[in-house]
Design a protein. Structure first.
Length: 275
């Protein structure tokens, strides 16, 4: 028989065994740097020297206005190619540079990002300096600051904007004034000598023009000509301008009046002597 209210046998709990499995190796984060880089001023200057001395790299990373080469149809290399060339020139001789199969697409991208991130940081510093310099024109005062300029991008640094506080040269506006003062109206001489000289010149001109008037006679047709006289080309007739003829006649009439006046004066003088 079972005893009622008897004590049950307690189950003995065995202690849990400790997990001795080693932890898995830490996985490398995709954003983790491939190798640390200490961007010293000397290293940054070396990077800038590579960009400035190679025109293809400079135009590929920082093209000027209207010079954005397309990467399609062999129009130009992508920026990642230029960034990788810069990285090779800086670190290829170092022991941490990936060799052979270790240079995967992922590793190549991380290397290019190192150059890209450093240039972006330097560009921000340059823009801050340009903002200060654009206000007074004297933002940079030391040689080191001037040598540190980089990233001439037309999209971020507007081209053609000068200093608003600079003076304006107005000397070009006064150039026409000197020319105007040099222009003078000719003096008019109303004495009798100049008038008589003008009359003499007009008389000579009229005589020369009369001698140059061709004869009105038609030239006789040559005997050897096979064309009849009616089909011969007409001779050219020179005509004197009506305006010139009127001027010539007026000059002659004025000259005649002057002679008549002189003769009348002589006659009056003779009569006075007789009296």
């Amino acid at each position: 028989m079972r005893r009622r209210g008897g004590k049950k046998a307690k189950a003995k709990l065995e202690p849990e065994a400790e997990d001795t499995t080693p932890p898995p190796p830490p996985t490398r984060d995709t954003k983790e740097e491939l190798f640390p880089v200490d961007w010293t001023p000397e290293l940054s200057l070396s990077m800038l020297t590579i960009i400035l001395e190679d025109r293809e790299i400079k135009m590929g990373l920082y093209p000027g206005a209207g010079q954005h080469a397309s990467t399609k149809n062999s129009g130009g290399k992508p920026k990642t190619d230029h960034q990788f060339v810069i990285a090779e020139a800086l670190w290829k001789h170092e022991s941490f540079w990936p060799q052979g199969k270790a240079m995967t697409t992922k590793v190549r991208t991380q290397i290019c990002n190192k150059i890209k991130n450093r240039l972006s940081k330097m560009e921000k510093e340059v823009r801050i300096i340009n903002e200060k310099m654009g206000q007074t024109g004297q933002g940079m005062t030391s040689k080191d600051e001037i040598d540190g300029l980089v990233a001439e991008r037309p999209s971020r640094n507007p081209v053609g904007l000068g200093n608003s506080e600079s003076g304006i040269d107005l000397s070009a506006l006064n150039a026409a004034e000197d020319l105007y003062t040099e222009m003078k109206t000719p003096d008019v001489d109303d004495d009798q000598t100049s008038l008589s000289g003008l009359i003499d010149n007009a008389t000579k001109t009229s005589k020369v023009s009369k001698t140059q008037i061709p004869s009105k006679r038609k030239p006789a047709a040559s005997k050897s000509s096979s064309l009849p006289e009616s089909q011969l080309p007409p001779t050219k007739k020179f005509k004197i301008s009506n305006e010139f003829s009127q001027i010539s006649e007026t000059m002659q009439h004025t000259h005649q009046k002057a002679l008549d006046l002189a003769m009348e004066k002589e006659r009056s003088k003779g009569k006075e002597l007789e009296l």
